[in-house]
Design a protein around this ligand. Structure first.
Ligand SMILES: C[S@@+](CC[C@H](N)C(=O)[O-])C[C@H]1O[C@@H](n2cnc3c(N)ncnc32)[C@H](O)[C@@H]1O
Length: 319
């Protein structure tokens, strides 16, 4: 792939200085980037750590081509694989890798995906309702609305899009079955106008469909479940989220597997037949970062507004 492709694939990595600070402090020798995208984080980490190697995953073949062009100068320090990050364990096993020293997933869509008209992610262009990150498999957004019943569609738009007019929108979508981004955006605007809203009335519906088409929360759950085994002792897991449901899933998972001693209420203690309140130390992860973007970053990159970076260090396995 040409350098022109790398240039055309524009994506400004969010929370980059925070990620670099973490990796520079821990000096990983092998990194897994589960969401290569335009390879902004990946290239910066490889530049900052000249001894490090990186395995990069993306489910979008176009992203992978762009990343390959951008990371060409690192030659054999980089291995790229077309896969979902929910397949990370299998990908590493196929490469003969037992564990890595650091992992990064930077969730959501890339600017390139969002800005490419025919991918169907944005109502700024009229295009078939696709929205798949992995264009080689899975249901398109049109197939999803065609095969989901009205009530489930309303629930999905409500939960993933936090759209209060979800029932009205789902009813109209099932009646009209819009095939393009333009038709869907017009339909939402017609049945659920939001004149005082700063954002386009279809924004939340598009977000919900995109998250459903790509099973974004399911992917995250499957990835998190593998993380304790993916990381070597002392290894660092970094996750950048953009949606409150994503952040909640990450926060709960890290807490549930955290090394922080948790107080267990006397009611729970009684239920477990302990005589008095107890503490438990489940013990896989220690939180090392929980950060949002600076005002300066948000000013230069509005996408960073809702971003949150959480990072944990894996405790040593007991022998
Ligand atoms: C926000 S972008 C990542 C940008 C990247 N960190 C950079 O600096 O350029 C998200 C990327 O992750 C990919 N992606 C999202 N979910 C994925 C998943 N479950 N498995 C693999 N790749 C995924 C998308 O295709 C997209 O290219």
């Amino acid at each position: 792939m040409s350098a022109a492709l790398a240039i055309a694939f524009q994506h400004q990595p969010v929370l980059l200085s925070e990620v670099l600070k973490l990796v520079e402090a821990s000096g990983p020798r092998l990194i897994l980037d589960g969401t290569l995208g335009g390879a902004g984080h990946a290239a910066a980490m490889l530049d900052a750590l000249p001894e490090a190697k990186l395995v990069g995953i993306d489910r979008d073949p176009e992203a992978l081509d762009a990343a390959r062009a951008r990371l060409d100068r690192f030659s054999d320090r980089v291995t790229l694989v077309h896969a979902s990050f929910s397949e990370a364990s299998r990908v590493l096993a196929d490469l003969g890798i037992a564990q890595v020293d650091a992992t990064l997933v930077d969730l959501g869509v890339s600017s390139h995906q969002f800005d490419t008209a025919d991918r169907g992610f944005s109502f700024r262009f009229d295009a078939p309702l696709d929205m798949r990150m992995d264009t080689t498999r899975g249901m398109t957004a049109f197939e999803l609305i065609d095969t989901t019943d009205e009530e489930d569609l309303a629930n999905l738009i409500f939960q993933l899009g936090e759209e209060r007019q979800s029932r009205r929108i789902a009813r109209a979508v099932k009646a009209d079955l819009p095939r393009t981004t333009g038709a869907l955006a017009e339909l939402v605007k017609r049945v659920a106008p939001a004149p005082r809203d700063a954002i386009h009335p279809a924004t939340r519906t598009f977000q919900a469909l995109r998250m459903a088409v790509n099973d974004e929360l399911g992917e995250l759950d499957k990835y998190l479940a593998q993380l304790p085994d993916l990381l070597a002792d002392g290894g660092m897991g970094m996750v950048i989220t953009f949606h409150s449901l994503e952040d909640r899933a990450v926060k709960h998972f890290f807490r549930e597997h955290g090394t922080k001693r948790r107080h267990v209420s006397k009611y729970k203690a009684a239920a477990t037949s302990a005589a008095s309140p107890i503490t438990s130390a489940a013990g896989v992860f220690m939180e090392v970062a929980n950060e949002t973007a600076s005002n300066a970053e948000v000013a230069s990159n509005p996408r960073a507004r809702s971003a949150r970076l959480r990072a944990v260090r894996r405790s040593p396995r007991s022998t």
